[in-house]
Design a protein. Structure first.
Length: 370
């Protein structure tokens, strides 16, 4: 399963003087312990097998930091009348970063160490602006309400980078052993989506190698279209299903059986494994494959495919026929995990999408690091 371990490091330096104080942030003047937050992609958990994220998958354009009191209600930052501190990595000047240097990955927060104790910190990377606006509104007040929000609902567009990332942590004395000094708080950042690699192995020698005239296609169907901010542990169905655009399969030009293809996509989490879900009526997401093959007249007849009246059997020796295959996804997908699915094309598909040949597969799940 894919785990991304980003680190938030809270450092405490010289004091700040604030014009106004929120009751949840009791700050005295001229106190030491200013809070800095450092966002870094460190491995602080030992895992045997790792899947390293690409540069794009590690990209952070914005960082939003929020705090919540013991009752789970959001707290305004003192003197700023803001519920969330925004750090724009692309457009902000360097003054918000430690030593005025963005390369430190450490940003300054206007609260003291002792004020973070017993609070819940939530950090969101690459938050859409529309949702950032909602977080400042009164209808979103609690941790529970934020967890129920979705970052986006996709119609037909693919999920892409930069990826939304989410972290939540209860701050305790273990995190801040010396409130008047520099301290480090580490939180686990998770991508809001999963990554899947579909590896197709072409073991059927009638498939046509890739060329500009004979293309293969795949279509992702019935996938979840909702990207939630936080993990959805009680979500037992797919609320909004989407179909992504029909896409060319970039197949190798090598002849089968050496040929393979990899399809990579980001997908939203879902859970259809719950025993209360009717597995016969609730279908899993699937990928429809369309692969051209020159069947040959004898093979075509043997599987019950006949030429159109205007054509002849010889057409099967020269004209590719589209073969349809259906690759059904696992019943459960967890965010921030990396799934690698291997499927083998070892025979003819169906001549229509309705009767598409069901492909069997095996898959592995590994941590998605950095």
């Amino acid at each position: 399963m894919i785990k991304n371990f980003a680190t938030i490091i809270a450092l405490f330096a010289v004091g700040l003087v604030f014009a106004a104080c929120e009751k949840d942030f009791n700050i005295e003047e001229n106190r030491e312990g200013r809070l800095l937050v450092s966002l870094a992609f460190d491995d602080y958990k030992d895992i045997e097998v790792k899947s390293i994220g690409t540069i794009e998958e590690r990209q952070v354009n914005t960082i939003d930091v929020m705090f919540f009191n013991a009752a789970g209600n959001k707290i305004k930052f003192p003197g700023l009348q803001k519920y969330a501190m925004l750090y724009d990595v692309v457009n902000d000047d360097n003054s918000k970063w430690k030593n005025q240097d963005k390369s430190t990955n450490t940003v300054v927060l206007p609260i003291l160490a002792e004020n973070a104790l017993s609070k819940t910190i939530i950090v969101i990377a690459n938050l859409p602006q529309s949702l950032r606006t909602r977080l400042e509104e009164d209808d979103v007040q609690t941790v529970t309400q934020i967890k129920a929000l979705f970052a986006q609902q996709n119609a037909i567009d693919d999920l892409g980078t930069p990826l939304v990332m989410f972290a939540e942590k209860q701050v305790t004395a273990v995190d801040i052993p010396n409130p008047d000094q520099e301290n480090t708080i580490r939180v686990l950042m998770e991508r809001a989506v999963a990554k899947v690699d579909i590896i197709l192995h072409y073991e059927w020698n009638k498939l046509v190698p890739d060329n500009e005239f004979q293309r293969g296609y795949y279509t992702m169907k019935d996938f979840s279209g909702t990207t939630y901010l936080s993990p959805q542990t009680t979500l037992k169905n797919i609320i909004k299903r989407i179909e992504r655009p029909r896409t060319i399969i970039q197949r190798t030009t090598l002849p089968v059986p050496q040929a393979t293809t990899k399809i990579t996509a980001y997908i939203n989490e879902y859970d259809l494994e719950d025993p209360y879900v009717n597995t016969t009526s609730v279908t899993s997401p699937y990928i429809m494959l369309e692969l051209p093959a020159i069947l040959g007249k004898d093979f075509a007849k043997s599987i019950g495919i006949f030429p159109p009246p205007a054509g002849g059997e010889e057409e099967f020796n020269t004209t590719p026929i589209t073969n349809f295959y259906r690759l059904v996804m696992p019943r459960k997908i967890v965010r921030n995990y990396h799934y690698t699915i291997h499927a083998v094309i070892f025979g003819a598909g169906a001549p229509t999408a309705e009767g598409a040949q069901l492909l069997t597969f095996n898959f592995t799940v590994v941590p998605w690091e950095k």
